[in-house]
Write a protein that binds this ligand. Sequence first.
Ligand SMILES: [Zn+2]
Length: 310
Amino acid sequence: MKFKQLVVLFIFIVLAGSFSACAKRSQEPSRMKKLKVITTIFPLYDMARNIGADKAEVSLLLTPGVEAHSFEPKPSDIVKINEADVFVYTGKFMEPWAEDVIRGAVNKNLIVVDASLGIKVIPVVFHDADEPAGLPDPHIWLDFDNAKIMVKNIAQAFQLKDSADRDFYEKKANDYSNKLTGLDTLYKTTLATCKDKEIVYGGHYAFGYLARRYGLKYLAAQGVSPDSEPTANDLVRLVEQIKKNKIRYIFYEELTSSKIAETIAGETNAKMLLLNAAHNLSRDQFDQGLSFFDILKRDLENLRVGLECK
Ligand SMILES: [Zn+2]
């Protein structure tokens, strides 16, 4: 057999194989077909996989370990979004690239969920020299009432796409919301007992919603995005605050360098504790199957130590 014939034969075998796979898929009853869902950041992924359970195939657009604010979709990401039934993003302030992708979507059956719909986005209190004042704070999931609205928005999209399983999604969404209520109560009761009421953060401004909800003060070294460099003045201000208020712990953020927190800790003898805003997981955490609740409970343990709560 000549080479050309071999190639033709090979292509035929591959095509025949994929046709029979297609035929098999189309023979499956439609109730077996899972909703294909793609989410941008980790909290949305965790919500969607719990609401969809075994009726949805949920994937996270961000590769584990990637910093969320500097993420830009590659052409292959745009293909993935177009192949989905449902695309969930946080909102235009967290994913400024999303609106263009949605406008350009060729899949006209795609249901797009702006999870921030119905949520009051609050401006940041602190801003650094690189950012204009009063920028909207995109970290809406760190207020657990907002997280409940996000859960509702996702569930509604699932119900729209798969109306036969309406009650199933409703129940799963309620279960998740009840867990958020439990987490909120745990935060409220714990943080009400703290001796210190100020979170000093050697990272970007991510915990504004959380601090506000539980009556804490929040001081961050950077603005709403981790790529903004803190100025020397910002650092001096933080160091002075720590010394003045005899603060013993400084919190640092996940996934990006903890250099800023280390510098401040070095100047003040403060100890360092992780406060993870859950934008994304590391590869290890992802492989371990960590949940949003796992991360936020660990955060509360660190807050308990750092703010001297009971
Ligand atoms: Zn952030």
